[in-house]
Design a protein around this ligand. Structure first.
Ligand code: PMP
Length: 405
């Protein structure tokens, strides 16, 4: 198998033609959002130029074309994760997907029921749960994170009870890069008849996900973290569960019939897609997935592992640096969070940007319970994707060495 060729890939990304202060951009903020290839940009432009119309409500040609493209996009995303078209709901992003699930499931939860999440979650897999705790009396329990950045799996046995209705976990941490053992957690959840929900925002772009094999009840992810546009994401859910669940937003397109005193929901997946959706976004999302499939998720993962291994080895040799998360690249993605003694994460990010156009993220990373658990006020985070190179890591390391000495 040939290796991935980041230089060739970069030529598909117009943003990398841009120079700032005469230098190239080193984009290491891919966990926040990725750059977009021209194929995705053109598919969106082409939709608006050639096919733009509202979906599902017209018999005219443009409406039929737009509906076909949008429905085809659901099939493409479904195929990508081995789910049926009916099981793919387009949302705005992972946050909305998770809110949709928790809102809808909460209608069947009772006071004293329990949800188990982890201390490694993004705020979007904590805050909706805390709201259920406040408003519905649902008990939220957290699985701790070990020193090495892995989950304390032994704790599940202690926390799971007959009242545990939902177990949820991030497939991969947006701070530590840890890839969590979702297969093991799925077994624990289903042995207890709990629903199993996976936040795949940081895994779907980087690791092959097989929805059927994983046997999660729901998974959530965002297009913009995998070369697609912002404002579109997916929720995949098992058909029988989605059929039973009440709708989230109510109005047009999510109904089959409406009368003065009653209404009937539409069939899946439209039951959960109220109002005019992000049609062009759906088209762009599908194009992004096609682009990734053409490269090959396995090749992409191999490239990111090599970059992570190289970066970790070189970062460890920098003075005054503290690196978080598992050190074995088999257990992590291409996300590396770190701190440097006597420099705040924000200062570090600002200096790297002005020195060498190195774009990275700093702060709580929408995971305040985790970052505070590390006893930090913030962390700096680099995160790689298909277009990043070892040469960029070399510039990053030499910049860090200048800052620390
Ligand atoms: N979960 C994880 C693990 C994330 O990294 C993110 C985004 N940083 C989200 C959820 C939320 O994604 P979005 O902002 O696209 O809704």
């Amino acid at each position: 198998m040939f290796n991935l060729n980041p230089e060739k890939i970069r030529s598909d990304f117009p943003i990398f033609d841009r120079k700032i202060n005469g230098k190239e951009i080193i984009y290491f903020d891919n966990a926040a959002t990725t750059q977009k290839p021209k194929q995705v940009l053109e598919s969106i432009m082409d939709f608006y130029k050639q096919h733009n119309a509202n979906i599902h409500r017209g018999v005219h040609r443009l409406s039929r074309e737009a509906s076909d493209l949008y429905e085809q996009a659901h099939r493409t995303i479904g195929k990508f994760i081995n789910a049926k078209q009916k099981e793919i709901i387009f949302t705005r992003n992972t946050t909305e997907s998770l809110n949709l699930i928790y809102y809808s499931l909460s209608k069947n939860l009772k006071k004293g029921d329990e949800i188990i999440t982890t201390l490694m979650e993004h705020h979007s897999n904590i805050v909706p749960l805390l709201e259920l705790q406040k408003l519905n009396g649902i008990k939220v329990k957290f699985i701790d994170v070990n020193e090495d950045g892995t989950l304390d799996l032994n704790q599940y046995k202690k926390e799971i009870t007959k009242r545990t209705k939902i177990i949820t976990v991030a497939h991969s941490s947006n701070v530590l890069g840890t890839i969590n053992p979702v297969e093991k957690i799925e077994k624990l959840a289903h042995e207890n008849n709990s629903l199993f929900i996976v936040d795949a925002a940081q895994s779907a772009p980087h690791i092959r996900i097989n929805f059927r094999k994983l046997n999660a009840d729901f998974i959530a992810f965002s297009a913009h973290k995998m070369l697609g546009p912002t404002g579109i994401g997916a929720l995949a859910g098992k058909k029988d569960l989605l059929e039973k669940m009440p709708a989230f937003l109510l109005g047009g397109d999510m109904i089959q019939e409406v009368h003065k005193n009653s209404w009937k929901p539409n069939k899946l997946p439209w039951k959960f897609e109220a109002g005019t959706p992000n049609i062009a976004g759906g088209v762009g999302f599908a194009e992004a997935v096609k682009y990734l499939e053409k490269i090959g998720i396995e090749k992409l993962r191999k490239h990111e592992k090599e970059l992570a291994e190289y970066a970790l080895a070189r970062m460890k040799a920098v003075n005054n640096i503290e690196i978080y998360g598992p050190m074995n690249v088999e257990e992590r993605t291409g996300i590396i969070s770190f701190n440097m003694k006597n420099v705040s994460a924000h200062e570090l990010a600002g200096v790297l940007d002005s020195m060498n156009n190195i774009m990275l993220r700093s702060g709580m990373l929408c995971a305040q319970p985790l970052v505070e658990g590390l006893d930090k006020k913030g962390v700096a985070r680099i995160s790689f994707y298909i277009y990043n190179t070892e040469e960029e890591i070399d510039i990053f390391i030499s910049s860090l060495n200048k800052i620390t000495c």
